[in-house]
Write a protein that binds this ligand. Structure first.
Ligand code: NAG
Ligand code: NAG
Ligand code: NAG
Ligand code: NAG
Length: 161
């Protein structure tokens, strides 16, 4: 009798807590990208035509979501004499290669790949989370070009694929 009551309490507990239920039945607790990513020390430098400095974009990417923690540096430098520009289309990998970004001149887009066994068996265990933000950076004119800076931003995670 006592056993049956305990069993009933256990089942009620599981019914009220779907996450622990999933964990019990599938041995799987999905990773969830929900807390916005932090973009810190964002610096955009656009050289003047005559300058011999390279244009660049640099920032830190921080993900604090449980079991998805990443803290990495992202940099894109336009080689001197290159005909490409900072905002020319294309993705650049961050130091942690699971993270990549693209800058179109106004919007910073980020993608972040991760593995989660809850998604399925390899190779179906990977997902990509996406985010975007317009930095609204503070601009400063220097001798060699123009700097745009933003100390900290919170980038919402807009989609998953
Ligand atoms: C870059 O330009 C500055 C002056 O604008 C000059 O002093 C410096 O030597 C140059 N550097 C190179 C590597 O050309
Ligand atoms: C990220 O890493 C940098 C340097 O490695 C460190 O200074 C900073 O505190 C870290 N931030 C977080 C949120 O872990
Ligand atoms: C870049 O261009 C300058 C002048 O046009 C030239 O002196 C220099 O060697 C070039 N550098 C490279 C890496 O091509
Ligand atoms: C951009 O930043 C300035 C000051 O840093 C602030 O006053 C303004 O409201 C910001 N605009 C947006 C759209 O976030």
């Amino acid at each position: 009798m006592l056993f049956i009551i305990l069993l009933a309490i256990l089942q009620l507990g599981l019914a009220l807590n779907p996450a622990s239920f999933r964990k019990l039945v599938k041995d799987c607790d999905p990773k969830i990208e929900e807390i916005p990513w932090q973009i810190t020390n964002f610096v955009l430098f656009e050289k003047k035509a005559a300058s011999n400095q390279s244009s660049y974009l640099a920032f830190h990417f921080i993900d604090v979501n449980e079991r998805l923690e990443v803290n990495t540096t992202c940099v894109r430098t336009v080689p001197l004499n290159s005909t490409s520009t900072l905002d020319s289309s294309g993705w650049t990998l961050c130091k942690n290669n699971n993270v990549a970004f693209e800058w179109d001149g106004t919007t910073l887009q980020l993608s972040r790949d991760y593995k989660d066994k809850c998604l399925g068996k390899p190779p179906y265990d990977t997902a990509t989370a996406w985010g975007r933000i317009k930095p609204n950076a503070t601009s400063t004119t220097a001798v060699d070009g123009v700097y745009g800076m933003k100390t900290e931003m919170h980038m919402p995670i807009t989609s998953l694929s």
